[in-house]
Design a protein around this ligand. Structure first.
Ligand code: 3H9
Length: 692
């Protein structure tokens, strides 16, 4: 049953019941129309209430139905809203918790709307790369005015119902029980005629042309590669420039256009990918979790400090452990300064500032952290150092505490084996800056307990991270893939590119930052350190030596004032470096390589398909649970362009056979062994299938 029908005196109540968010899928839409027909046919019914069961009035159209016949199947949302709007008896929407997208459009098709405080009101379609397609762009400006409606539609952000009290959106804000209030309201208006309709409201905005032009300019400048925001402006413009029914038609045509775009598909993929990532097939949703009321962080450096801030931001007290008072003081001072900067920017209230700073304390003694519910180690990336720390943690931490390592490459099983409680050990790989980046790679050891996994996944939500689970392997999902990308970037330098060309090509593709600017930001010495280990452990893997030569010149990046690029004091802008470019050209000559002109297309294909091929191994080996998890890692941790949906989604849109064709071409060049297709990729391509 996707909607229930009940009679309460002279009022029929249609209650949407399609968990989790009363999405307006085909069955629910049909049930609303059925309910309406029943109510209209019943002479005893004088008014009709539409509301939602559970924790939503309605989250809008069922996104899972998009691009499927069900989305268009009658009754479609337009039909439902027409039935409601043409009702001969008053229809009242009784709104609570969530009223979004098609849900709000349905509510605006009703004659009246009542709501309780605290409901989230939004037309968030733009965040899915579309626009409100069931009258939202035509009706919201009529109830909220042009400016406010445009802001809500273009941003997609929710507004609390109480903030909209006094507008034509709500006829009454109900205090106390919603249904009681709604019934009282329904009885009050049962005989009032004519029935008010939002479509009949006139929008009063004398100088609307100037406002719309200003909006177009602003939105165009801010929407980057996404077409939806500007189309939202056009649709809202139609609310004032066209007759209502023509505006609806116009909105509909833009909706149909947008829903088919790759950008919208990519955004919807990310929406579901984010939610899927928190689910593991062998860890049921009802797996018990451990309470996390206190946190300890080992190491007060940049990483440890950033990690601590996440927990403080979520209201959880954190103790930072350092070895020396000086380091501890420095770490705490940096955290304070970070919060002060946020305060100065007006993004934090004084009260929240004090609360957060107050939640982070320091200690030099392991005894002080023994009672923490979870301890996150963020010390130097070296197995010997990790061994010392984890043996000590095993000794001091209370039973049941989760022992987490922030390692970015090391074997979590080995780390777990330093303790007598491997079931409590897990990897929590934060990304720098840890208080900003959304990604949290959760590394599942062979013996990690399911309750520990469930707890860590829940915790990642609490601290507003996208938690993605990875199995144990060198580099986990993200860094294992980036290694192949970096190798290609290095080979490109040897073969004819300069850093600026590579960075520009991949940034034009949409990456936030190219590999060389990124190296300069993160520190080139980190990769150097890892490669030195690889030269011993995996001598068969080839690398370009340019990055080593760069480090030998002491050019570690921004922190040394010089890296792949030159930097000026106090200026983070990267200036092409003659010294480095000469070094690169000379290195090619030393290797006897004749440098050639390399196209941007080749650069992008080599970097991105190197990611894709490694990802296919990762998926096949079960290191990642699903392709969308890999996409989430790259979208939230590595600056992969959102409008392309992540490396796997992108490969699907290019077509896997085309990916293989390009790889075969590069396999004929130098370092061709890097292009051996992963069996899964080859198989899916041969079968005409996709990753996602
Ligand atoms: C639209 O309305 C188009 C119309 O204008 C025109 C049509 C012609 N559909 O986020 P959560 C699932 S477009 C299907 O973790 P929360 C979600 O996948 C729509 N499923 O919970 C998850 O499933 P699972 C415009 C949906 O409490 C579960 O619900 N509306 C939908 O943190 C829980 O989600 C939007 O864009 C949906 N519409 O947040 C609203 N919504 O458990 C998008 C959610 O299997 N939704 N699910 O993983 C949201 O912003 C949040 O989900 C919401 C709840 C605030 C509602």
């Amino acid at each position: 049953m996707t909607a229930e029908y009940q009679i309460n005196g002279a009022v029929a109540v249609i209650t949407l019941n399609n968990p989790p968010v009363n999405g307006l899928g085909h069955a629910t839409r049909s049930a609303i129309v059925d309910g309406m027909q029943k109510a209209l046919a019943d002479d005893a019914v004088k008014a009709i209430i539409i509301t939602g069961a559970g924790t939503a009035f309605s989250g809008g159209a069922d996104i899972k139905e998009f691009n499927s016949p069900k989305a268009l199947a009658e009754p479609n949302l337009h039909t439902v809203i027409n039935v409601v709007e043409n009702s001969t008896k008053p229809v009242i929407a009784a709104i609570h918790t969530v009223c979004m997208g098609g849900g709000l459009e349905l509510a605006m098709g009703c004659n009246y709307r009542v709501a309780v405080a605290g409901a989230q009101i939004a037309l968030p379609e733009v965040k899915l790369g579309i626009l409100p397609g069931a009258g939202g762009t035509q009706r919201l400006p009529r109830v909220l005015g042009l400016e406010m409606a445009l802001n809500m539609i273009v941003s997609g952000n929710p507004v609390a119902s109480e903030k909209l009290a006094g507008t034509a959106l709500f006829n009454e804000l109900i205090e106390g029980d919603l249904m009681q209030g709604a019934l009282a309201f329904a009885n009050k208006v049962a005989d009032v005629r004519p029935l008010p309709k939002v479509r009949d409201i006139k929008i009063d905005y004398p100088n609307y042309e100037a406002f719309l032009q200003f909006s177009r300019n602003t939105v165009k400048a801010m929407s980057g590669p996404f077409p939806a925001p500007l189309k939202c402006v056009e649709a809202v413009a139609a609310a004032i420039t066209k007759k209502f029914d023509d505006g609806i038609q116009f909105e509909r045509s833009l909706f149909i256009e947008l829903v088919q775009t790759t950008e919208s598909k990519a955004l919807r993929h990310a929406f579901f990918g984010e939610r899927a990532a928190s689910k593991l097939p062998d860890v049921p949703e009802d797996t018990p979790t451990r309470p996390i009321k206190s946190v300890a962080v080992i190491g007060g450096g940049t990483m440890g400090g950033g990690i601590a801030m996440n927990f403080a931001n979520a209201g959880i007290p954190v103790k930072i452990l350092e070895m020396k008072q000086e380091a501890l003081d420095k770490g705490l001072a940096t955290i304070r300064k970070n919060y002060e900067n946020t305060l100065k920017k007006g993004k934090l209230t004084q009260q929240k500032f004090e609360q957060r700073v107050g939640l982070i304390t320091g200690t030099l003694s392991y005894d002080d952290i023994a009672q923490a519910d979870i301890v996150v180690e963020a010390v130097f990336e070296d197995m010997g150092v990790k061994e010392t720390v984890f043996k000590k943690l095993d000794e001091v931490m209370k039973q049941g505490a989760i022992l987490a390592s922030n390692t970015s490459t090391l074997d979590v099983d080995k780390i777990a084996a330093f303790t007598k409680r491997p079931q409590d050990v897990i990897g929590t790989h934060f990304f720098s800056p840890a208080n900003v980046m959304k990604l949290l790679e959760i590394v599942r050891g062979a013996k990690t307990g399911k309750d520990v996994l469930a707890t860590t996944l829940a915790l990642s939500k609490k601290i507003k991270k996208t938690g993605v689970v990875s199995g144990v392997c060198d580099g986990f999902i993200g860094n294992r893939m980036i290694e192949q990308y970096s190798r290609q970037a290095g080979f490109l330098l040897e073969q004819g590119c300069l850093p600026e060309q590579v960075d520009k090509a991949i940034e034009k593709f949409g990456f936030a930052m190219g590999p060389f600017r990124m190296g300069d930001l993160a520190g080139n010495d980190i990769g150097w350190y890892i490669r030195k280990r690889r030269y011993v452990e995996k001598p068969e893997v080839t690398y370009s030596k340019t990055a080593d030569l760069l480090c030998e010149m002491g050019r570690y990046g921004q922190k040394t004032g010089a890296g792949w690029y030159d930097y000026k004091p106090g200026d983070r802008k990267a200036y092409p470096s003659q010294v480095v470019n000469d070094m690169i050209v000379k290195h090619s000559a030393d290797l006897g390589i004749e440098r050639r002109k390399i196209s941007d297309q080749e650069i992008v294909e080599r970097l991105v398909f190197a990611l894709v091929n490694e990802a296919a191994y990762i998926l096949e080996e079960g290191i990642a649970t699903r392709a969308s998890d890999i996409d989430m890692v790259y979208l939230t941790g590595y600056g992969f362009p959102l409008f392309r949906g992540g490396p796997m989604f992108y490969a699907d849109t290019v077509g896997l056979p085309n990916v293989i064709l390009a790889m075969n071409k590069y396999a004929k060049g130098p370092h061709g062994d890097a292009w051996k297709a992963a069996p899964l990729l080859a198989k899916l391509a041969a079968e005409g299938k996709t990753f996602n």
